[in-house]
Ligand binder design. Structure first.
Ligand code: HEM
Ligand SMILES: *[C@@H]1O[C@H](CO)[C@@H](O)[C@H](O)[C@H]1NC(C)=O
Ligand SMILES: *[C@@H]1O[C@H](CO)[C@@H](O)[C@H](O)[C@H]1NC(C)=O
Ligand SMILES: *[C@@H]1O[C@H](CO)[C@@H](O)[C@H](O)[C@H]1NC(C)=O
Length: 386
């Protein structure tokens, strides 16, 4: 027998490659230039929000001259800071850059006392010799400041952010997707950064791709193979092996993606996505049931086979519908570039369109067969439309 499952792997590899390249896309801070011929010795491409940090560290007095640059609409704000108390937003000493309706750019320094900060201007928990300045050009804010690294330590927990506003007001930023990944530990001496953000963002992308490919593409494809290929007598029993290959590889990849999702969920303390998590668990249960039900499948001629078929189809279709719903929920949480949602919609529409077309053909074939052979539908499972 042919090894039909192999046809799915090039597709899978393609999708994974695409995802990896999209996740690895980043700006290059080294080519940045600054007003008045300013230059900095080191720079760092931050993992999210398109931001970069540029600095020159002075070991002699423990200070760093920094430039923070981040893209934003002119009505919005961007911010950068150091958390001297721990990591994350709460407790950070930050520089918030925004502009008023006349285009005058200003820098507000404040210590964020929590996740509903009052944002009143004040001094930071480290020394800032000289007044910070900022400018807005080409859709980017750039902020210049000199800071005395807290505790005279070159390694700091840094945070950055971008949010909306109107005419100088600082409105709350989004609290999902890249906006809650914008923190990293940065060594001002070596330039090395280790982010919760880098690895977490990377694992979130892997979780998304694994689940979208498995539950979102392979499993519906396998269901379509079962439903539409078996009408053709020549495709028996090849359709069955194709179906099983699609579903089993989908299940294995899907369970890996699901496990990674649970791990990611258990790691984030503040935020929980209940609906996404519960639907994910339901999908896993339904799919696992399907795998084990395969072992209990009655013989084709057994009178219970009809009930088994009805059960198998209803559980299968429920899992597929829930998967599509959950992939959209996941896309809303991850907020990748809008192209990803569009691509998934295009894939769904293609699968749906092909299914609709094949559904029509199947009915035509089955009805024709019934006409020519009255006993066909009752005695042979093939071509049955449940
Ligand atoms: C405008 C007022 C702001 C409000 C109401 C606000 C609110 C929040 C909320 C609710 C979270 C999610 C926390 C969680 O779920 O555990 C968060 C996260 C975060 N915020 Fe803000 N924020 C504001 C301004 C800022 C500013 C100015 C920065 C400057 C860098 C910032 C940086 C961050 C970072 C890095 C995170 C993710 C890490 C963490 O959860 O601590 N936020 N914010
Ligand atoms: C920080 O450390 C450097 C040596 O590593 C020292 O020369 C400098 O005086 C220190 N600065 C402060 C503010 O303690
Ligand atoms: C720190 O040292 C650098 C060069 O060594 C110097 O240019 C700068 O003015 C000093 N900053 C402060 C605040 O002393
Ligand atoms: C400064 O460093 C010392 C030892 O390295 C540490 O015990 C202390 O907590 C630090 N202080 C701050 C504000 O980080």
């Amino acid at each position: 027998m042919a090894r039909p499952g192999h046809s799915a792997w090039p597709l899978l590899a393609g999708v994974l490659l695409l995802a990896a390249s999209a996740a690895g896309q980043s700006q290059n801070c080294q080519s940045a230039s600054f007003q008045n011929g300013r230059a900095f010795q080191q720079c760092n491409n931050m993992a999210v929000l398109g931001a970069t940090l540029h600095w020159t560290y002075h070991a002699a007095n423990g200070t760093a001259d920094i430039a923070f640059r981040a893209p934003q609409q002119s009505s919005g704000w961007v911010a950068w800071g150091i958390n001297t108390q721990g990591s994350g937003m709460a407790g950070s000493s930050v520089f918030i850059v925004s502009q008023d309706s006349a285009g005058a750019v200003s820098v507000l320094t404040t210590v964020l006392e929590g996740t509903s900060p009052s944002l009143t201007s004040g001094s930071l928990r480290f020394n800032v010799p000289g007044a910070p300045t900022a400018a807005y050009a080409n859709g980017e804010y750039t902020m210049f400041a000199t800071i005395a690294l807290p505790n005279n330590s070159t390694t700091q927990n840094t945070v950055w952010q971008a949010g909306p506003g109107n005419t100088g007001a600082i409105a709350p930023h989004t609290t999902s997707g890249p906006n809650v990944l914008s923190m990293q530990r940065l060594d001002f001496l070596s330039g090395q950064s280790t982010g919760a953000s880098n690895s977490r963002l990377h694992r979130r992308n892997i979780h998304g791709v694994l689940n979208a490919v498995s539950w979102g593409i392979l499993i519906p494809l396998g269901a379509m193979i079962a439903r539409y290929l078996r009408v053709f007598e020549a495709a028996d029993p090849a359709w069955f092996y194709l179906h099983i290959t699609c579903q089993l590889s989908g299940y294995i990849l899907g369970v890996a993606g699901w496990g990674l999702g649970l791990k990611l969920g258990s790691e984030s303390k503040g935020i929980t996505y209940d609906a996404h998590r519960n639907i994910g668990i339901a999908i896993f249960c339904l799919a696992t049931l399907q795998v084990f039900a395969l072992l209990l499948r009655p013989d084709k001629k057994n009178k219970y086979r009809l009930y088994w078929n009805i059960y198998h189809h209803s559980v299968g279709y429920s899992a597929i519908v829930l998967s599509a719903v959950n992939i959209f929920k996941g896309l809303d949480i991850l907020k990748p570039a809008s192209g990803w949602k569009k691509s998934y919609i295009a894939i769904l529409a293609t699968l749906g369109g092909v299914a609709l077309f094949l559904e029509a053909i199947t009915w035509v074939i089955v009805l024709r067969r019934k006409k020519s052979d009255k006993s066909y539908g009752a005695t042979n499972g093939n071509g049955r439309v449940v």
